[in-house]
Ligand binder design. Structure first.
Ligand SMILES: NC(=O)c1ccc[n+]([C@@H]2O[C@H](COP(=O)([O-])OP(=O)(O)OC[C@H]3O[C@@H](n4cnc5c(N)ncnc54)[C@H](O)[C@@H]3O)[C@@H](O)[C@H]2O)c1
Length: 268
C-alpha cells in the first residue's frame, strides 16, 4: 500500500518504534493520529509531525473505538491501523510465576487490542474494499524471549491473530503485516538511539523496514535478517532449537550473577 494521503492511527506512537513509524509516515504524506497512554508525549510527537494525539489505553475496547472516531473526525476513514503499543516485564526464574494480572495485561495489550481494532474497523474497510493492519509483534512471537513467558506467549498469539486476519480477509481487500523485530534501542529496554549498534537497531531502522514492507505487501516483516534464519532452524528441528535456547538461558542467567531480561540483547 502507498500511504501518501492515507489516514493512519498508531497506538503507542508516543515513544520508540511507534514514534519512528509516525515520523516516517508523516514524511511520506500520511495523516497521522497517535493514540497512547501518555498524552503529553503523544502530543509532542503529533505537534512535530502535524498530526493529532489522543489519550488511549488499548486495554479498553471503548478507548480504541474513541481513538478511531477521533482520527476519523480529523482525517477521514482510517486506512491503516498500527497496533504497536506494548510492554515487557520479565519473569526470568520461573515460566509461570508472574501474577495473573501481568499475564492479563500482556494478553490485553498484545492480543485483544489487535482484535478490538480489527473488530471496529473491518466492516467499513470491507465495504470500501481496502484497509491495512500493521500489528507489531516481536521476534519473540516467532522464537521466544528467554525470561519472559507472558511476553513470548502473547506475541505468538499476536502473530497467529495476524495470520487469521489475512487468511480470512485478504480477499476482502484487507492487507496485514505483522512486525517481528529482535532488539531495538528504545525506552522499553531503557535505551535510546545512541545505544544502537550491530544487531541492536534504532527505532528509525525498524520504521524504515516496516513502511518498505507495507509498500511491498510483506506479511511477516523481520527488520533483523537473522530472525528469518533462526525461524527456519526452529521449524526444521524444534528439539535441537530448544536445546540451543536452554544453553543460551543458562549463559544468560547463571554466569557472572546473570543478566536482566532487558540486557538480553547483549547476547545475540
Ligand atoms: N524494543 C524492542 O526491543 C522491541 C523488540 C520487539 C518488539 N517490540 C515491540 O514494539 C512495540 C513498541 O515497543 P517500543 O520498544 O517502541 O517501546 P516503548 O516503551 O518505547 O513504547 C511503547 C509505547 O506504548 C505505550 N503503551 C504502553 N501500554 C499502553 C496501553 N495500554 N495503551 C496505550 N499505549 C500504551 C507507551 O506509553 C509507549 O509510548 C511493542 O509492541 C514491543 O513489544 C519492541
Amino acid at each position: 500500500m502507498d500511504i501518501s494521503g492515507k489516514s493512519v492511527v498508531i497506538t503507542g506512537g508516543a515513544s520508540g518504534i511507534g514514534a519512528a513509524l509516525a515520523r516516517r509516515a508523516a514524511n511520506a504524506g500520511a495523516k497521522v493520529c497517535i493514540a497512547d497512554l501518555n498524552l503529553d508525549l503523544a502530543q509532542s510527537v503529533a505537534t512535530e509531525i502535524g498530526g493529532i494525539a489522543v489519550a488511549c489505553d488499548v486495554t479498553q475496547e471503548s478507548q480504541i473505538i474513541a481513538a478511531i472516531e477521533a482520527a476519523e473526525g480529523a482525517h477521514g476513514p482510517v486506512d491503516v491501523f498500527v497496533s504497536n503499543a506494548g510492554l515487557g516485564r520479565g519473569d526470568p526464574s520461573h515460566a509461570a510465576s508472574a501474577p495473573d494480572a501481568d499475564w492479563m495485561l500482556n494478553w490485553n495489550v498484545h492480543v485483544m487490542a489487535h482484535v478490538w481494532a480489527a473488530r471496529a474497523l473491518l466492516p467499513a474497510m470491507i465495504a470500501r474494499g481496502s484497509g491495512y493492519f500493521i500489528n507489531v509483534a516481536s521476534a519473540a512471537g516467532l522464537l521466544n524471549q528467554i525470561g519472559d513467558a507472558a511476553y513470548s506467549a502473547t506475541k505468538h498469539a499476536a502473530v497467529s491473530f495476524a495470520e487469521s486476519l489475512l487468511i480470512t480477509h485478504g480477499s476482502d481487500g484487507i492487507g496485514v503485516s505483522v512486525v517481528c523485530p529482535q532488539y531495538v534501542a528504545t525506552p522499553l529496554l531503557g535505551l535510546g538511539d545512541d545505544d544502537a549498534q550491530g544487531n541492536l537497531l534504532t527505532a528509525a531502522d525498524v520504521a524504515q523496514s516496516v513502511w518498505q514492507g507495507v509498500a511491498d505487501d510483506t506479511f511477516v516483516i523481520m527488520p533483523h535478517p537473522d530472525v528469518a534464519k533462526y525461524n527456519a532452524l526452529r521449524g526444521s528441528d524444534p528439539s535441537r532449537w530448544i536445546k540451543g535456547m536452554q544453553m543460551l538461558r543458562a549463559k544468560a542467567f547463571s554466569e557472572q550473577g546473570g543478566i536482566s531480561v532487558s540486557e538480553f540483547y547483549k547476547l545475540v
